[in-house]
Every structure is written in C-alpha cells, then in structure tokens.
Design a binder for this molecule. Structure first.
Ligand code: DX5
Ligand code: ZN
Length: 224
C-alpha cells in the first residue's frame, strides 16, 4: 500500500489537449482525479463546470472528486455528479451553519456520492470537529484557494495533525487531503502530518516534465 494517494488537479493542464494529458497522468500512476470547479464568486476565477468533468470522465476510469469552490454548492451537486464525479467536496466557508452543512452532506449522499468538506487557510480545524463522523473526506487547503502554482504554507499542516489525531481518537477512517503547493520535495512532510491524499496540480502538469515523469518523482518520495 502506498502511504498516500496522488490526486492530480488539471488546473494547469493544457486544455487544448486535455484527454491526452489525462491519459498520460493515468498511465503515469495517478490514483484519482481532483477537479477544481470555481464560480467567480467564492473565489475570483472561473475555472470549469460539468462539461470538463464529463470530458475527464470520458477519458479516464479513475475515481473523480470534485472540489467545489463555489458560493452555492448544493445547486451544483446534481450536475457535477451526473457528469461523473463520485465525491462532492464543498467549502465549509460557503455554508458554515452546522445543520445546513449536514444537509449538504446528505444531499451529496442522496446522489450516490461520497461527501467531503474543504477548509480555507483561515478556518481552524476544530470548526469541523462536530462533522467528522459524517464525512468521508476533509481537504485542508495549504494555499488561498483559486489558483494553481502557489507556494504551500507549511504551518497549515498543523491542522492536518489536529484532524488526524481527532479522527484517530474517535476511531474514524477519515480521508485527509492536502491541497496547494504539493511538490516532490514536501510530499513526505504532508504524509507524515497525517494526509492520506495529496492534490498535485502544477507538480504534475507543467512545462518541465511529462505527467509520467512528475508522478514517478512524487511517488518515489512517498514510497513506504
Ligand atoms: C486551488 C486548487 C488546487 C490547485 C492546486 O484553488 O484547489 O487544487 O489546482 O494546484 P497546485 O498543486 O499547483 O498548488
Ligand atoms: Zn483543489
């Protein structure tokens, strides 16, 4: 078993040859897809929506999680699930109210999807404590969301340690994913903190390496 799964994000991929890039990353050992949906409200940029999720689904059989950086996530769930996403991850900051958050989790499950919540750098880990038993996954953002290619803020790994300790104490097999600035040189540090999934955007899709080379480099750093 690898110490963690690698979830490429296509944000910095070449969208003119998306299917080719997706197939290259799958051949290179990607474990699942992390697809960043942005609405221009929750975060300033607009990235893509269901059509691109469907294009990745058509090009790859790997599991797809959608990271919804949108102001009204529940309104997107059905379309994104129908396009092929199998886990719907929304932002705590877009909902906040605990009861409403639970309703979002139920809505994702009603569509046959797993459910996750992402937290921005300014949100403390303990905001999620009341929800951990209802979640499949937590994403700890290690950057300000909205853009690929930023530098990780390593101090935010403390939240991963806190959430892993809390999940362990409660006997929960919680998936904890880190998102933002993950590279070969810091991947091991993320896993040591307790992350079980690593998002890798510009580490996989860049101008200096093929996706296959990049994934081999990442994998080597988190080998058992
Ligand atoms: C940013 C996205 C990330 C992004 C990561 O808001 O959530 O998933 O694609 O890109 P890198 O790995 O380049 O930081
Ligand atoms: Zn993301």
């Amino acid at each position: 078993m690898p110490r963690a799964l690698i979830a490429p994000s296509i944000l910095t991929a070449d969208f003119g040859r998306l299917a080719e890039q997706v197939r290259a990353a799958e051949a290179g050992g990607a474990d699942l897809w992390h697809l960043d949906v942005m609405d221009g409200h929750f975060v300033p940029p607009i990235s893509f929506g269901r059509e691109v999720v469907a294009a990745v689904r058509a090009a790859s059989a790997l599991f797809i999680e959608a990271h919804l950086m949108v102001a009204k996530p529940a309104e997107q769930f059905a379309d994104i699930a129908a396009a092929g996403a199998q886990r719907l991850v929304f932002h705590y900051e877009a909902v906040r109210d605990i009861d409403a958050t639970r309703e979002h989790i139920q809505a994702a499950r009603a569509l046959g999807c797993e459910a996750g919540i992402a937290i921005n750098p300014e949100t403390p880990a303990d905001a999620l404590f009341p929800l951990l038993d209802a979640l499949d996954e937590v994403i700890v953002m290690l950057i300000r969301p909205g853009w690929g290619g930023q530098q990780m803020q390593p101090a935010l790994l403390d939240k991963v340690r806190t959430l892993r300790a809390r999940a362990n104490a409660a006997g929960l097999a919680l998936l904890i994913e880190v998102d933002g600035g993950v590279k070969a040189h810091n991947a091991s540090m993320c896993v040591d903190a307790g992350a079980t999934l690593l998002v890798a955007g510009s580490a996989v899709f860049n101008d200096t390496q093929t996706p296959e080379e990049a994934l081999a480099g990442l994998r080597a750093r988190i080998a058992p």
